[in-house]
Design a protein around this ligand. Sequence first.
Ligand code: CP
Length: 312
Amino acid sequence: MKHYTSINDIDNIDAWIDEAKIIKANPLKHLGLGQNKTLGLLFFNSSLRTRLSTQKAALNLGMNPIVMNVSGDAWGLEFEDGTVMNGNTAEHIKEAAAVVSQYCDIIAVRAFPTLTDKAKDESEQVMRAFMEYASVPIVNMESATGHPLQGLTDALTISEFKTKAKPKVVLSWAPHIKALPHAVANSFTQVMQKMDVEFVIANPEGYDLNPEIIGDTPIYHNQEEAFKDADFIYTKNWSSYEDYGKVINTDPNWMITKAKLGNAKFMHCLPVRRNVVVEDAVLDSNSAIVIEQANNRTYAAQLVLKKLLVNV
Ligand code: CP
């Protein structure tokens, strides 16, 4: 594996989950693997879990992590070719990526979508530019259309908590006040399609994800119907894909409640807005596994870095 930028980079999800569990049981076993290697973490957007867990993963492998808030602290980056750079951008990605590659053995990047320019977001302009102009492996810490470190984490968490061979997993949209990206929902869908689970998606009309991501996955526009016999309810808000980036529904009836949850486990990538996306009674109950899920971010990242370190 040269880069980790998509769930499609996972060649065998069961083998990856097994290896992540081995790493979790003994996280410092490969402390020498990353010795004298540097991980650069570049954030164009905010983060708590990704920022800390990916650094923790690097430290567990003996790497030196260095972090930069690109949007606030670096020169404004230009991504278009041939631009006369007499505006707000002061440095082209061609130089920036090449320079950072000299300081870092692996570069991890977080860059959210515009949610106003569908074509630009789907082109994954930032992630692709780093892959093109950097000379070291690139890790996607959430891009315009995917969050593959989160998806790998979620697969590991479901594997740990499942109580039957083929659990039913529901990805449910829930209301939110802001327009949010599709990345988490996309990567979760893609990784569930690789696992041996019964997977369905519940969302209001107008909120179907990209048909190329959905594939054959059943879509329910009735949440109650989708939740029947669910073992895991994974909740996430996303803005409309059809009416791109718009909030066209804030119906509180889609919020996750204890009554709706039944015997299912509740998952969410966090951060989550209490009593908007999910009520307190769910998050404060034993049915919520969001803290354990967030803990697994470290081991998913560690597995990815371990696989990339073999080649640097
Ligand atoms: N789940 C997740 O990516 O969390 P952060 O945005 O805090 O990194």
